[in-house]
Design a protein around this ligand. Structure first.
Ligand code: COA
Length: 330
């Protein structure tokens, strides 16, 4: 079977009900609304209920994406879930989402972990599998319950993250120049310890001492990550534009990973593209890692920011340190 192009047929997103404001955070740790807004642009974030799992949120976003595509679970034969906060370490969050959505038993289901770049990695994986001709329609979900791995006593990280989910339905098309035009994935070496969870993996299983020390929570060297995030996102954006012989001003809308408003502003300056061409919702959700781009994409579509024929650039950066970009023509 010859390779074919892939196209986004529908998008959906979900944010938990509970809003955690900067004012509330300033009563939990030694911080202030002014510090958080100035340093990150974040004003509030959503926090999942204690009994609301990663897969529950993923299912909500997936249902909305299916409805948008006017398809049902029976039409899906591939599910790729990007997350660093699966319900359990094993099996994959995709297995729980498969079960709750009622996807066909023959659907392939697995997780991808590329942290905040995870959605672009998952999208690329799903599109490659669809292009092979062996799958017909895919659900790609980016979902995180970061509140479960954040140390709520550590002001340097807890103010930055939030929970949520986004999803897209992907299919194939005969139309040339529509859909996923290309991707670029990569990683900056020697930086695995800048953003990680030190304990709880096979190399350093959790012990009573490691738990008492909080080493099962996310740890980040914020300043170093900031610099590399700007470098990685700029490179990922430039490389994909060059590869496709495009100028930045041909991009109608950039959907960047929503980690920090200052990182997005730096990319806007480096690419010499005004902030009006960047979709921003970090103020309302904080950093939702793999969920950030699909939530932003869904809000941009539903808000009328993406029109037929538009070229959209997705660009992300995350723990690893991984990076990725994708070009989509609508
Ligand atoms: N409230 C108040 N003060 C805080 C604080 C908080 N929540 N967090 C840190 N501080 C303090 C620090 O302790 C430090 O105090 P000191 O000067 O007395 O040592 C001071 O504020 C400045 O901290 P610094 O780390 O230099 O701030 P910054 O300008 O680098 O901003 C980040 C911090 C985390 C917002 C920024 O580095 C960042 O966004 N990094 C990238 C994070 C990211 O996006 N990660 C995910 C990638 S996918």
């Amino acid at each position: 079977m010859p390779p074919c192009s892939t196209v986004i047929l529908g998008t959906g997103s979900y944010a938990p009900e509970r809003v955690l404001t900067n004012a509330e955070l300033s009563r939990m740790v030694d911080t202030s609304d002014e510090w958080i807004v100035t340093r990150s642009g974040i004003r509030e974030r959503r926090i999942a209920a204690a009994n609301e799992s990663t897969s529950d949120m993923g299912v909500q976003a997936a249902r909305r994406a299916l409805a948008d595509a006017k398809l049902t679970a029976a039409d899906i034969d591939l599910l790729v879930v990007a997350t660093v906060t699966p319900d359990l370490q094993m099996p994959a969050a995709a297995c729980f989402i498969q079960q709750k959505l009622g996807l066909p038993g023959a659907a392939a289901c697995f997780d991808v972990n590329a942290a905040c770049s995870g959605f672009i990695y998952a999208l690329d994986t799903a599109c490659a599998m669809l292009s092979s001709g062996r799958y017909r329609r895919a659900l790609v979900v980016g979902v995180e319950k970061l509140s479960s791995i954040v140390d709520w006593k550590d002001r340097t990280t807890c103010v930055l993250f939030g929970d949520g989910a986004g999803a897209v339905v992907v299919g194939t098309t005969d139309q040339p120049d529509v859909g996923l035009i290309g991707t670029r994935l990569g990683m900056i070496s020697d930086s695995v310890d800048l953003l990680c969870i030190p304990n709880g993996g096979s190399n350093a299983p959790a012990t009573p001492a490691s738990i008492a020390a909080g080493s099962h929570f996310l740890k980040m060297k914020g300043k170093e990550v900031f610099k590399l995030a700007v470098r990685g996102m700029d490179e990922a954006a430039r490389d994909i534009l060059e590869h496709h012989h495009l100028r930045a001003d041909q991009i109608a809308l950039v959907i960047p990973h929503q980690a920090n408003l200052r990182i997005i502003e730096a990319i806007s300056q480096y690419l010499e593209l005004p902030m009006e061409r960047f979709f921003v919702n970090v103020d309302r959700y904080g950093n939702t890692s793999a969920a950030s781009i699909p939530i932003a994409l869904d809000e941009a579509r539903r808000g009328g920011r993406i029109k037929a024929g538009d070229l959209t650039l997705l660009v992300a950066f995350g723990a690893g340190l991984t990076y990725g970009s994708a070009l989509i023509r609508w």
